[in-house]
Ligand binder design. Structure first.
Ligand SMILES: Nc1ncnc2c1ncn2[C@@H]1O[C@H](COP(=O)(O)OP(=O)(O)O)[C@@H](O)[C@H]1O
Ligand SMILES: [Mg+2]
Length: 664
C-alpha cells in the first residue's frame, strides 16, 4: 500500500480535474458524505410545518423578536435619509432650512451660519440616538432569538436522546456506528438554529429589501430601474463564486479529517508501527496529506481573491453610474445632491440582504437535512411499543420462575432502513427452545461458541422478543410486562464489562443510586474486589472508565460482580462472568458467587467445570437447539455431548506429565 501511494502533486492534479468536471458538485468520498448530508425525505413545506410545531410555546417570543427586529431595521433605513436632510436642508439651500417643518426651525425666518450649525448638532444628535436605538433593539431581538435557539436545542436534544435510548437494540447499534453524536450535536443543534435561517434572517432581508426599494422608487424610479440591473449581476457573480469556493472548503475539511484520522490511527497503532519500523513511512504519509491540503488551501485563496476583486470592481462601478446619471440630473436641477448621496447609500444597503440570503442558503440546506434525519429518528417506533404492557411487577411480589415455550429467534437484519432493498430473512439463532426454570434454580448453559447461549440470555433479559413462542416470567408473557419494571429485577454480568466514566463507587452503585458507602464496600468485599480497589490511588473515588484508570479484565469483572450484587436482582445472568479471572481469583470469588446465586434464578454461562458442576441443571446448546439437559452426574453417565466436552477439558487441564506418553 505505501509504495503505490500517489504523490501529493499527482493527487492534486486528479483533484483539480475532478473539480473542473463538476465545479460545484461534491467529489470523491467527501462527495458521498456531503450528498448523504443533504439528502432529504420530506419536502420543504412539510419540514417547515414540523419545525414550526417544534416552536410551540415559544411563538410569542418569536413575535416580539420580530417586532424588535422590524424596529431596528426601520432605524437602519432612516440613516441615509438623515444624510439627505443634512445636505439638502442644512448644509446647502436645496431647499434649505425653510423646507423643514416649523416645529424644528421655530419661528425664525432667517438662518445664519450659527443656526445651521445648531441644526446640524441637533440632527447628528438625533442620528446618534437612532443608531443607539437600532443597536439596542437589534441586540434585544437577537438575544431573544439566540436564547430561544438554545432552549429549542436543549429540548430537541433531550427528546432525541430519550427517544434514541428507547429504540430497539439493533437500531441503537446502527445509530452508534452511524455516529449518534453527530445526530445529537450537529443535527439537533442545526435544526434549532433554523429559527435564524427560516424566520429571523429572511424577515430581516425582506424588510430591508422592500424598505430600500420603496425609498429608491420614491427618490427616482428611473434610477432604481438602472440599479435593478446591478442586482442580478451582483447576485449571480456572488452565487457562482460561492458555489465554487464552498466545495473546495468542504474538500479541505475532508482532507483534514483524513489527515487527522490517519494521525490518530498511527498513534493508536503505535506498537504495530514501531514493531514494523514504519515511523518514517507514517510520517511521509502524514506530510503528503498536508501537502495536498496546502495546495487546496492556495486554490481556495485564489478563488476568494477573485471574489474580492469582483466586488471591489462592481460596487464602485455601481456608485460611478449613480454619480454619472444622478449628477447630471442634479445639474439639470431635477435632483438634489442629498438625493444622490442618499441613493448611493441605499444602493449599498440593497445588496446586503441579498448577500445574507445567498450566504446562508447552503447552510440552511444542511440544517434542513439534519432536521429531516431527526424527524426520521423520532418517528421510529420505540422498543416493544407495539404492545401495551398489562402488568407492572413489584419486587416483593415475584417468584422468579422463567419459562421458554418453543422459542425461535433470529436477530433483526442489520440495516433494515427504509428506502433500501429488503434484506434476506436472517437465519434463526434459537430454534424451538423450550425450558422451564423454577424460582431459585441455577441453569448452566454449555455449548460451543456461537451456539446461542448469549442470545438465550438476551431473550430472558428481554433485550429482544422472540419471533415465535414466548418467554414467560411467573407464567406471564414478558410482552405483557412493563419492560422497565421487569429489568429492574435483573442483574447481568458479562465477559466484556462496560464501566462508565466516573468513580469506582459510582460504577458499583450504578444499579442502585441511593446505596451507602457501607453497602458499596460490602459488595466490593463480596466480589473480592475490595483489596485491589483500596490499592488504587484514590480508593473508591478513583476515576475509571473511558477517561480514567485502566483496569485489567479480571478487575473489571469483579467490579461488575459487585455491581450486580448491590443491585440484588431476582434473576441473575452470568455470561462468562469469570472468564477473565485467573483460577486463583475465581476460586476466591466462587464463594461470593455462590452466595449471590442463592435464592435467585440464575443463568450461568461458563467454561470452567468448577462453575458448571454445581448448577442445578445443565443445558447443552448446539446450533440454537437444546440437545441435552440434566444434572452433572446424570449427563456424565449418559455419555453424550456434555461428557465429550468435559473429557476434552479435563485433558487440557491435566499437566503434560500426567498424560499417557505418546509414541514418538
Ligand atoms: N447482535 C447480533 N446480531 C446478529 N447476529 C448475532 C448477534 N449476536 C450474535 N449473533 C449470532 O448469533 C449466533 C449465536 O451467538 P451467541 O448467542 O453470542 O453465541 P454464544 O454466546 O453461544 O457464543 C452466532 O451465530 C452469532 O453470529
Ligand atoms: Mg456468548
Amino acid at each position: 500500500m505505501p509504495s503505490v501511494r500517489p504523490s501529493s502533486g499527482r493527487r492534486y492534479e486528479e483533484y483539480r480535474n475532478e473539480r473542473r468536471r463538476a465545479p460545484s458538485e461534491p467529489v470523491g468520498q467527501a462527495g458521498e458524505d456531503e450528498r448523504r448530508k443533504l439528502r432529504r425525505q420530506r419536502t420543504f413545506p412539510e419540514l417547515f410545518r414540523e419545525f414550526w410545531s417544534l416552536l410551540a410555546g415559544h411563538r410569542w417570543r418569536i413575535f416580539t423578536a420580530l417586532v424588535t427586529l422590524s424596529l431596528a431595521t426601520g432605524f437602519v433605513l432612516l440613516m441615509p435619509a438623515c444624510t439627505k436632510i443634512a445636505v439638502d436642508y442644512i448644509i446647502t439651500d436645496h431647499p434649505g432650512p425653510t423646507g423643514l417643518p416649523r416645529w424644528i426651525t421655530g419661528d425664525l425666518p432667517e438662518f445664519g451660519p450659527d443656526d445651521r450649525v445648531r441644526l446640524l448638532w441637533v440632527l447628528t444628535g438625533t442620528m446618534l440616538v437612532i443608531t443607539s436605538l437600532r443597536i439596542v433593539f437589534g441586540m434585544l431581538g437577537r438575544w431573544q432569538m439566540t436564547r430561544l435557539t438554545k432552549r429549542v436545542q436543549v429540548a430537541l436534544r433531550r427528546r432525541v436522546f430519550s427517544h434514541a435510548v428507547r429504540l430497539p437494540l439493533h437500531r441503537v447499534y446502527d445509530l452508534k456506528s452511524g455516529g449518534v453524536a453527530s445526530i445529537l450535536r450537529e443535527d439537533a443543534g442545526g435544526a434549532a438554529e433554523l429559527v435564524f435561517n427560516l424566520v429571523y434572517n429572511p424577515w430581516q432581508s425582506l424588510l430591508q429589501l422592500c424598505g430600500t426599494l420603496v425609498v429608491l422608487a420614491l427618490v427616482d424610479w428611473r434610477m432604481l430601474l438602472g440599479a435593478m440591473v446591478l442586482i442580478p449581476t451582483v447576485w449571480l457573480t456572488h452565487k457562482t463564486w460561492i458555489s465554487r469556493i464552498r466545495p473546495i472548503h468542504r474538500d479541505i475539511r475532508s482532507t483534514r479529517t483524513g489527515i487527522d484520522a490517519h494521525a490518530t490511527e498511527a498513534f493508536g497503532g503505535m506498537r504495530v508501527v514501531r514493531a514494523f519500523a514504519r515511523q518514517g513511512g507514517e510520517a511521509s504519509r502524514f506530510v503528503a496529506g498536508n501537502h495536498l491540503m496546502a495546495r487546496q488551501e492556495i486554490l481556495v485563496w485564489w478563488w476568494s481573491r477573485w471574489i474580492d476583486m469582483a466586488w471591489q470592481m462592481l460596487i464602485p462601478l455601481a456608485s460611478t453610474a449613480v454619480l454619472l446619471y444622478g449628477g447630471s440630473r442634479v445639474i439639470e436641477g431635477s435632483l438634489t445632491i442629498g438625493d444622490v448621496m442618499m441613493f448611493t447609500a441605499y444602493l449599498l444597503m440593497l445588496l446586503m440582504p441579498l448577500e445574507l440570503l445567498v450566504n446562508s442558503a447552503t447552510e440552511m440546506q444542511t440544517k434542513l437535512a439534519g432536521l429531516d434525519r431527526i424527524l426520521d429518528l423520532l418517528e421510529e417506533p420505540r422498543e416493544f411499543s407495539e404492545r401495551e404492557p398489562r402488568y407492572t411487577l413489584a419486587r416483593g411480589a415475584v417468584h422468579g420462575a422463567i419459562a421458554l415455550r418453543d422459542v425461535t429467534f433470529a436477530y433483526p437484519p442489520r440495516s433494515a432502513r427504509r428506502g433500501g432493498p429488503p434484506p434476506a430473512p436472517p437465519e434463526p439463532v434459537i430454534r424451538g427452545v423450550s425450558l422451564e426454570v423454577r424460582p431459585g434454580e441455577t441453569i448452566a448453559l454449555v455449548g460451543p461458541s456461537g451456539s446461542g447461549k448469549t442470545t438465550l440470555c438476551n431473550l430472558v433479559a428481554r433485550f429482544h422478543d422472540p419471533q415465535h413462542g414466548a418467554v414467560l416470567f411467573d407464567g406471564i408473557d414478558l410482552r405483557d410486562i412493563d419492560v422497565d419494571s421487569y429489568r429492574r429485577l435483573l442483574g447481568i454480568v458479562e465477559q466484556d464489562v462496560f464501566l462508565f466514566d466516573g468513580s469506582v463507587a459510582d460504577n458499583i452503585a450504578y444499579a442502585r443510586r441511593g446505596a451507602t458507602m457501607e453497602q458499596i464496600r460490602a459488595a466490593a468485599r463480596a466480589a473480592n474486589a475490595a483489596e485491589f480497589i483500596e490499592r488504587l490511588d484514590a480508593g473508591y473515588d478513583t476515576r475509571i472508565g473511558e477517561r480514567g484508570v485502566r483496569l485489567s479484565g479480571g478487575q473489571k469483572q469483579r467490579l461488575a460482580i459487585a455491581r450486580a450484587l448491590l443491585a440484588d436482582p431476582r434473576i441473575l445472568i452470568l455470561d462468562e462472568a469469570t472468564s477473565n479471572l485467573d483460577t486463583e481469583s475465581e476460586r476466591l470469588i466462587q464463594q461470593s458467587l455462590a452466595d449471590l446465586m442463592r435464592g435467585r434464578t440464575c443463568f450461568v454461562i461458563a467454561h470452567r467445570l468448577s462453575t458448571i458442576r454445581h448448577a442445578d441443571r445443565i443445558v447443552v446448546l448446539e446450533d440454537g437447539r437444546i440437545i441435552e439437559s440434566g444434572g452433572h452426574d446424570e449427563l456424565l453417565a449418559r455419555g453424550g455431548r456434555y461428557a465429550d466436552v468435559l473429557k476434552l477439558q479435563v485433558e487440557d487441564a491435566a499437566p503434560a506429565s500426567a498424560r499417557p506418553a505418546r509414541a514418538p
